[in-house]
Design a protein around this ligand. Sequence first.
Ligand SMILES: [Zn+2]
Length: 293
Amino acid sequence: MAAEHMRSWTIGNVEVTRIVELNNHVDPLAFLLEGGSRELMKQYDWLFPHFATPEGDMLITFQCFVVKTPDRRIMIDTCIGNDRWREHEIFNNMQTSFLADLERAGCPVETIDTVLCTHLHFDHVGWNTRKVNGKWVPTFPNARYLFGRLEWDHWKQVPHDGTVHAQHLVDSIQPILDAKLADFIEPGHQVSDELRLFPTPGHTPGHVSIHIASAGEEAIITGDMMHHPIQIAEPLLPGNFCMDKARSCQTRKNFIEQYGDSKVLIIGSHFCDPTVGWIERDKDNWRFRIKED
Ligand SMILES: [Zn+2]
């Protein structure tokens, strides 16, 4: 397996391992970000080569993170999943080695005690379940699954009949509810001694990001509060799939101002390898400075 497929970082006594499901996807610019263009991408040379093609097309990765603390194993989001019907061809009926990759990372599914979904879009909940003998069953039998109460308040109103881009409710959420493995949590939930959630609404109503603190070091897993590093320089560039675009922009702007020029490591949920770095000042703007190995 390519090294960039699986990479780990330590934050104090916590280890975060990235499991990539779909690497370096070239995004048609109008798909992910409203108002994105090749010309805009080319204004920021630090986006190249990791986060954009030479032509200025946007690169994004679909991945999740396993967080190992001294006594816990926590999955942050669960990617897209195999065997599913999805509207967009690239996500439809995927067949990846995700579960084998988890094992290779030393985290077979039985060892996971907690699954946290930053929000309930299909690309963050897929491996909540897997298909066994034609039936969707929980992938992580020993885990509690943490879903945001505010987030679920929204999604439970969406018809669970597979229409309006909600097939994932049927195959990736409902089976967890049926198995009584779900806990509905508040946006400031403390997941473990080291992991605390904080609300980053806009992309979805109950979206949360994760703050990790251990032995004097700190990191944040963004979730979809931002999709691409260009949004550090252009925080008011909304995602096309953000439900409340104005709110998502304000959340992102506040976040960048709070964490800009700090030592807090930023782990971007859709950022391509090397995925982690810092928000640092760039004249009168901000940029992403990647963490080199
Ligand atoms: Zn996403």
